[in-house]
Design a protein around this ligand. Sequence first.
Ligand code: GLU
Length: 413
Amino acid sequence: MLTMPIPEYLSEILDNVRAHTSGEVADYIPELKSANPHPLAVALCTVDGHIYSSGDDEIEFTMQSISKPFAYALALQECGPTEVFAAVAVEPSGEAFNELSLDGENRPMNPMINAGAIAINQLINGADSTVEDRVEKLRKYFSELAGRELTIDRVLAESELGAADRNMSIAHMLRNYGVIEDEAHDAVLSYTLQCAIKVTARDLAVMTATLAAGGTHPITGKKLLDARVCRLTLSVMASAGMYDEAGQWLSTVGIPAKSGVAGGLIGILPGQLGIATFSPRLNAKGNSVRGVEIFKQLSDDMGLHLMSTEPVSGHAVRSITREGDTTFIRMQGAMNFSASESFLHAIVEHKFQGNLVVLDLSRVLTFHSVAIRMIKEGLKRIRDAGFEVAILDPDDVLPDVRFSDGTVCSQIT
Ligand code: GLU
């Protein structure tokens, strides 16, 4: 039985960042102050529903601000963009998440800062909804995205409410300008309960993969959001998802993302995959220190930067066919992380017979470094399972045919 090298690769990344112990757990919510700072997890979910994770991927934590893009997507889906844009703008604010600010039309600058998120929360389930019905609607929808019943950490929400003067001021400001109708207390209660929905890194990877896939759930195949809603949500995440670090983030990591003060961080690669990390110590901007490091490495290694000019292509595995004793795996397009993931998935699923497996690269255009590593590792595993392996590479697109154990893959012409 062949196994996947991706979880091993993810564990390696966790080992690389484990030594980063700088930063502090969020302390403005009493209950978060006593959070365990040590957990560390990373999870990926492809748009085809393949999940890979490593570390403390089953530990629950509260979504906090990571709930904002999902609530925004639900509001867009329920109310349509016109109503949503009338309430909240889509400009990066460059300000801290809890800034008391509005734009020239008295709208919060974007849905990723608290003022915008409190206003978006109020759009869910209609203006006359009770707090409990509104929060239940969000909880149910988040659960559907995660593929399991999520619960709310009411103790944490209670503790946050006791120290929510800042968010209360924001809600009063929003009420003063007619952005929300509810009592300030109820608006903050509803938003705080939304933030207190508990997830694991794996849940978040699955939830984000639905946004990556244009609204189709990667596992159930259910259409949960319009593609346009996903595109809008990702755009706002790209420009405003990382608090006042958003510009730096977009240039170095280049993935639409959102972080939360409990230590979660999500990133979305449109059309490819959802990524989530969890590590509670935060930098001065409120983003998880080790989460940011993991994303930097993934983005570099996997060539995930959205502005990358390297070509991307779908359907990397063109066919797997057998001719006599030889199995041909025909690849096509640009080999990036997603392409090598589909190769690895295909070979793990395939029942190989005969004695020779040929990887045909004649239609491959380019190789990204992580794909070289993943594809060679996959090929080596086929060899270690008892088959002869060879590469057909007439244009020499694979620059290095040496396996990780030093042996060389044979080539055929
Ligand atoms: N509930 C938190 C607040 O509004 C969320 C903040 C965050 O994760 O950035 O203060």
